[in-house]
Design a protein around this ligand. Sequence first.
Ligand SMILES: Cc1cc2nc3c(=O)[nH]c(=O)nc-3n(C[C@H](O)[C@H](O)[C@H](O)COP(=O)(O)O)c2cc1C
Length: 220
Amino acid sequence: MNKNLKLGPIVGKINEVDIYANQLMRKGSSWAGGGNTPSDGNDTNINNDPIRKLTNTAKSIVIYWSRSGSTELLASKIINKTNSDIFEITVKDPYPANYVKTRDRANFERESNTPPELDLILPDLSQYDTVFLGFQTWAMTLSQPMKAFLLDYGDRLSDKRIAPFETQGGYGSGDSIDLMKEILNQNNTFTSPLIVDGNRVDDANSKVERWVEEVEESKI
Ligand SMILES: Cc1cc2nc3c(=O)[nH]c(=O)nc-3n(C[C@H](O)[C@H](O)[C@H](O)COP(=O)(O)O)c2cc1C
């Protein structure tokens, strides 16, 4: 790891790896909601090796992308409750730590319809009945890396139960879930989404617990 990176406090662990999520320090007026959500922090794709836990036995897998760590923290909470396997989505060219630079790049990718190139080899998913899909709202729609993942690998999710979870800056998820359904369109069943403010993931334990129970019950 590059020792010069400004990481902030450790807020949790995922597969034994430290999680940093600077947004958690933004409470009250320093969290202006969506349009003014700096979410500065190093792209989790820079901080560490991709997070992977793949077993032969798990029936569910958490597949997620996170830039500034909040969605990664939410993923860790779901994993703790479900014992799922883990697969972090990785982009070839990580996003800048600076919010404005990331926003400009993301806007360009969205407007030019050129989502980022991913850097991953997806394992065989046939053992899983449920795929927890973690992402964040960017410009009131799916973040560009999640959009890229769905476009590139969506056919591998056919016939699965999809349990979407997301963090956002306070404006809601826009058309994220509709777009996810539109891109997948492969006989999937969808649970209701879990949506948590990016600065409140540390307070979300009981919300996560209730949602995971709901997802488990939807299997029956
Ligand atoms: C480029 C960019 C665009 C964003 N657009 C929105 C938005 O439209 N609405 C919103 O509520 N939050 C928005 N946010 C805030 C993120 O959804 C929020 O910070 C999220 O928790 C980040 O997740 P992460 O820490 O896992 O990367 C945006 C953040 C970025 C970086």
